[in-house]
Design a protein. Structure first.
Length: 582
């Protein structure tokens, strides 16, 4: 190492050791005023924030993270850099553990002799720099960058420790490397060989890993005439993630088929399979569906992440009244409890949370599912196989010989399953299942349509819970607004005066959508003796619903408006849900 390099390193350490408060740095540069600093510090103390001063200043709109990084760089005698994957030496990333880089927002850029240049967002953290020296065995030279740029660049290299720079695959100059794939699609052995090459492997890993990180529920890989796009479904909506070169399509599909143990030679019939992966040390299951189309095979991957399944009822969106009533119902020794709603409305999540709450050493809980979406500790779970003749009705008959106390049937699809479930509920078992109906009282008419006798429905049904999932307002960009008068009048006609309406204006955390996460809007129907008599007398669905509301049932739309009043969801989401039911 030269004398000049040693001087640079020493000057940096000296500057870092003489720490100057960030507020003073920004005031000195004329970026913020002292009043603004005092205001943010007061908010920080009053609100008990654990966020740094710089984060709060950025959120308040007083400055940008780039301005903060430039101020810190100048004050401590280091360079400021806008980092990106293209300025990194891929070999030096492996010098530091991935967990360390993500936790501390550290990005190794390049190494000259024994001097390692790293980008950090906190150049004042002497202890972190010492730890980098210890881990790498190198002298450390610091450049200052925003944590946003550092994290975005690190994401490019995940999930493998081996470097995956997405630009190397997407750049136009690299398309020639994949042009051969399209020309030899009939040569299966060559396709398999190409699918195993590192660019394709890393691209597939990148897509799977980031989908889990972004809480996506599905990945869509869709070929068109001259393009290939990958979309993620997040919070129920699809958005485009990336457009790989169209020539990579065959190799990407083959790679996914290999991972799912499907037949890569079969490209004319649909195929289904599964992949089991570890993401940051935890297991995640992927259900793969491959479907032939006009421009090649489309792939949809359903992500089943146990970490995303909420195992407590408080987290699901129950109102206080509904939660108390539902908990009373699920403690019944027998009967049938149904959760209803369209596909993707969170029915299984509600059932899992329910079973987790009532599970104990004293009861035998057995489930029949298609497929088993989450492995639950302390429960006996069985998966049906329709092609082998192991259907819900067959499995349920066998399950009754397993001495169960509580049974969960994934879905009541046919007459046999419905009648066996009702008979089990009448013979001392507590049965949970799902149905596809628009509202909670509709579960009664659906069971009648499945040829369950009215007196059996009235005697066995303990409750039905209808639910929908609506997107929650992003807390990072939540703001009050005035909706159009026609919407305000429509909502207030149903639920009375609303003091304030909120929505998300869009920010980086929510990808400028204004929404983050989802919550259930619910309708709980618990029939009493009078309503049971109405069921026996074959009352219409309208009559049942009207009487249930007179007795206190809160319909779906009103439960949604209650969440609008609480500032949890936007009124547009509730109205969208209501339109979907019409």
């Amino acid at each position: 190492m030269s004398y000049e390099e040693t001087d640079i390193y020493s000057d940096q350490q000296l500057a870092v050791q003489h720490k100057m408060p960030l507020g003073e740095l920004l005031i000195a540069r004329g970026i913020v005023t002292s009043d603004q600093i005092e205001q943010v510090l007061s908010q920080q103390q009053a609100g008990g924030h654990h966020k740094l001063l710089g984060e709060l200043l950025v959120e308040s709109g007083y400055c940008t993270d780039n301005q903060i990084a430039e101020a810190l760089a100048e004050a401590y005698g280091v360079c400021y850099a806008q980092v990106s994957p293209k300025i990194c030496d891929s070999k030096v990333i492996e010098l530091l553990p991935r967990e360390f880089m993500l936790e501390h927002a550290v990005l190794p850029l390049f190494k000259v002799y024994d001097v390692l240049t790293v980008a950090v967002s906190e150049p004042t953290n002497v202890f972190m720099l010492d730890e980098i020296e210890r881990l790498t065995g190198c002298k450390v030279q610091v450049v200052c960058a925003t944590s946003r740029d550092i994290n975005a660049t690190l994401e490019t290299y995940l999930p493998d420790a081996n470097i995956f720079v997405i630009d190397e695959i997407i750049d136009e100059g690299s398309l020639e490397d994949f042009a051969l794939i399209e020309n030899i699609t009939e040569d299966i052995s060559n396709i398999e060989e190409i699918a195993g090459q590192s660019p394709v492997v890393k691209l597939v890993n990148y897509l799977l890993y980031n989908a889990v990180l972004e809480n996506a529920s599905d990945i869509h890989i869709e070929p068109d005439d001259k393009r290939l796009r990958v979309r993620y479904r997040v919070d129920g909506k699809l958005y485009e993630k990336i457009r790989p070169p169209h020539q990579m399509h065959a190799a990407i599909v083959s790679r996914i088929k290999i991972m799912a143990e499907l037949d890569i030679a079969q490209r004319r019939l649909p195929q289904d399979g599964g992949i089991h992966v570890l993401v940051e040390g935890r297991p995640v299951d992927l259900r793969v569906s491959v479907m032939p189309g006009n421009y090649g095979e489309k792939v949809v991957i359903r992500i089943i992440d146990p970490q995303r399944i909420l195992f407590n009822l408080e987290s699901l969106g129950f109102s206080y009244q509904n939660l108390q009533l539902y908990r009373k119902v699920v403690q019944s020794p027998n009967g049938i409890v149904l959760v209803t709603g369209p596909t993707g409305s969170g029915k299984n999540t509600t059932l899992y949370a329910t079973l987790a709450e009532i599970n104990s050493e004293e009861v035998n809980i057995c489930t029949v599912e298609d497929p088993v979406e989450c492995n639950m500790v302390g429960m006996n779970q069985f998966q049906v196989h329709e092609t082998a003749g192991f259907k819900f009705s067959t499995a349920l008959r066998s399950l009754l010989r397993q001495d169960p106390d509580i049974i969960m049937v994934g879905e009541i699809r046919d007459k046999d399953t419905a009648n066996i479930a009702v008979q089990a509920a009448l013979t001392g078992h507590l049965v949970f299942s799902t149905l596809h109906t628009n509202d909670a009282p509709g579960a009664v008419t659906r069971l009648l349509d499945l040829d369950v006798a009215p007196y059996l429905v009235g005697a066995s049904l303990k409750a039905s819970l209808a639910q929908r999932l609506v997107r929650k307002i992003c807390p990072g960009c939540k703001a009050e607004y005035t909706p159009p008068k026609v919407i305000r009048n429509q909502v207030e006609d149903l639920a009375g005066q609303i003091s304030a309406f909120y929505r998300g204006v869009g920010c980086r955390k929510c990808r400028n959508t204004g929404y983050m996460g989802r919550i259930a809007v619910q309708e709980l129907f618990v029939p009493d003796e009078e309503i049971m008599e109405m069921v026996n007398d074959r009352a219409t669905l309208k009559q049942l619903k009207q009487r249930a509301m007179e007795k206190g049932m809160v319909p779906l739309q009103l439960d949604g408006i209650d969440k609008v009043k609480a500032g949890i969801v936007c009124v547009d989401e509730v109205l969208r849900m209501a339109q979907a039911d019409n």
